[in-house]
Design a protein around this ligand. Structure first.
Ligand code: TRP
Length: 335
């Protein structure tokens, strides 16, 4: 395919916690499959994590680990632009400008802001409030067609579209108006402990981290919640048996087996056999990723070359958009 015609995608994950199975199966694994078809930009959204207090050393460690994990999960740095958000200053610059084109009312309506301010009532800072304008900048700088995100980020992408359209209406065509790209199947991996909520790092017992040891993974799956009925039968019925459906979804994602095949495989065996089998399949799937991540993390020079090259490639594109924006709003060009 002609390089020039590839559609552009951009997405980021905050390095605010270690990557987990939900991030992998719901996002990163699929991103790797899109590398040939799209021109992809993926970054560690380190600036976004500052909206909540971080331990500085841990943030640095998680940012680099996340980059190593992206690569270990199949995101080839030759095919994808992988970078650290704070290495491309255009994100902060455009974020400020877009703040001036985003309404207080719009930001007040963001459900993530409402949730996060309820959870961090002692630190409802300006960054938490303007988080979506920085995200809009992250996106619009790269003029993407699609933004792969989870369902929970859809409102932010919609706001991004509104901001882009508003800016374009005032100044003429400046930003491409992107679409959210939300996958239907496999996308929502739920907590092993509370299968009605999304797998999340804030619920460590229901969450399988990519760097968890095989013993930890096995233990978490043995304790996974199935259902409260006495049926004890592996059957896909998400409304009645959300825990079982989630385990089937995970098993299907890591083995490639269909729900039908899974039901047949465990016919007459009950949850006692099914839960450890899912655990084993996940251990087998994550082992090479963990080993590869460890190997890459030890190769500091390689990791550094990846993020430096990524930032250079991203900056080139981002700065092009930045020059256009500055000119349109009336900032004096330096040269
Ligand atoms: N807000 C996203 C999340 O919490 C992370 C993010 C930041 C992002 N900037 C982005 C996602 C730009 C897509 C595009 O999941």
């Amino acid at each position: 395919m002609n390089e020039m015609k590839k559609k552009v995608m951009v997405s980021g994950i905050q390095p605010s916690g270690d990557l987990h199975l939900g991030n992998y199966l719901g996002a990163v694994k699929n991103w790797a499959e899109l590398s040939d078809e799209f021109d992809c930009y993926y970054f560690m959204a380190d600036l976004h994590t500052l909206t909540v207090r971080q331990d500085p050393a841990a943030l640095r460690r998680r940012t680099l680990t996340q980059l190593a994990q992206y690569i270990a999960c199949g995101l080839d740095p030759e095919k994808n632009t992988l970078f650290i958000q704070s290495h491309v200053p255009a994100h902060s610059e455009l974020g400020w400008i877009l703040n001036c084109y985003t309404m207080f009312g719009e930001l007040s309506r963001m459900t993530q802001f409402k949730d996060k301010s309820a959870k961090n009532s002692d630190n409802i800072n300006g960054g938490l409030f303007t988080y979506p304008t920085l995200m809009a900048a992250d996106i619009l700088l790269y003029q993407p067609d699609l933004v792969p995100v989870g369902e929970d980020q859809k409102q932010h992408v919609e706001l991004t579209r509104d901001i882009a359209q508003r800016f374009n209406n005032i100044y003429g065509e400046t930003f491409k108006v992107p679409e959210p790209y939300i996958r239907k199947v496999g996308a929502r991996i739920m907590s092993l402990g509370t299968p009605t909520s999304k797998m999340s790092k804030s619920d460590p017992n229901g969450c399988v981290f990519l760097m968890d040891s095989p013993d930890d993974i096995a233990r978490k799956f043995k304790r996974a919640v199935t259902d409260s009925d006495r049926e004890n039968c592996v059957r896909f019925a998400p409304d009645e048996k959300p825990g079982v459906a989630n385990l089937m979804n995970i098993y299907s994602s890591v083995t490639g087996k269909t729900f039908d095949e899974i039901e047949k495989e465990f016919a007459g065996q009950g949850y006692g056999a099914f839960k450890p089998a899912v655990g084993e399949a996940v251990i087998d799937c994550l082992r090479p990723l963990r080993e590869e991540t460890d190997r890459i993390l030890k190769d500091k020079a390689y990791l550094e070359s990846v993020y430096k090259e990524g930032a250079a490639k991203a900056s080139y594109v981002a700065n092009k958009t930045m020059r256009k924006v500055k000119k349109k709003v009336g900032l004096v060009a330096q040269s």
